[in-house]
Ligand binder design. Structure first.
Ligand SMILES: [Zn+2]
Length: 246
């Protein structure tokens, strides 16, 4: 039924769990870019309390019990994901997908002039491998955090490389398949979505808000963004909505 209230229904009729979308988790962080470890703990605790299991994209795609499952994603691969978020997720027996920028591992963010977003440390290869070994999923967020909407028009070959080579680079590092992709800035063109399919990914997340009753493409999955600007009450509202399937 098209009007059956589920969060994410795909064009082939499949239903998948709802997706939370985070950036950073660190003490004293600006609410624009992330949440404090205390707030993140309370959020994960609430998911657990109402019976939602936090999983990676990869696990979520196979989930049978979509109303008791919640996909957790992080963009950019910040070092604080390793230091602050992962230990909390582990306490609750949760996993997540972290979308990494393959040519910037162990470096700092260099794609934003905004002091809130620029110069922030990113996880290195060892940290990424360690998280993968603990059941977290590493997805691709291109090689350089490029704007695929722009680049695929200006330099299609380079845009293709960002999509294809980031997968290969991460697979070489991890020694296993990389199947999830996320568009930097939520920016893409029809061509870039097609290249993501051709590169061998199995799903991709956008930054669009999930809307009830819509039908989604597996390569343009919607989500619910979480930053420090989202009140705990609204977070609880999201979680209850996921749980009810609405
Ligand atoms: Zn990003």
């Amino acid at each position: 039924m098209g009007d059956d209230p589920v969060m994410i229904r795909l064009d082939d009729g499949t239903v998948i769990p709802s997706i939370l979308y985070y950036h950073r988790v660190a003490p004293g962080i600006s609410p624009h870019v992330g949440v404090s470890p205390e707030l993140f703990f309370r959020q994960m605790e609430f998911l657990k309390k109402i019976g939602l299991q936090g999983v990676s994209m990869e696990e979520g795609m196979k989930a049978r019990d979509t109303r008791n499952t919640c996909i957790i994603t992080f963009d950019d691969g910040y070092l604080d994901n390793y230091e602050c978020a992962a230990p909390i997720l582990e306490q609750f027996g949760f996993h997540a997908t972290i979308f990494c920028v393959s040519s910037r591992l162990g470096k700092v963010t260099d794609w934003s002039a905004d002091p809130l977003w620029g110069g922030v440390p990113l996880m290195d290869g060892g940290e990424i491998r360690e998280l993968k070994g603990k059941g977290f999923e590493i997805g691709s967020h291109t090689r350089t955090h490029c704007d695929l909407g722009l680049l695929s028009r200006e330099d299609p070959l380079q845009a293709r490389r960002e999509i294809f080579d980031s997968r290969t680079e991460l697979e070489d590092l991890l020694g296993s398949e990389v199947t999830s992709f996320c568009y930097p800035y939520g920016s893409y063109t029809d061509e870039s979505v097609q290249w993501v399919r051709e590169a061998g990914y199995r799903n991709a997340r956008s930054v669009r808000h999930a809307r009830i009753g819509r039908i989604y493409d597996l390569f343009l999955l919607p989500c619910r963004p979480v930053s420090g600007k989202l009140s705990f009450i609204r977070f609880m509202g999201y979680a209850m909505m996921f749980k009810s399937g609405a």
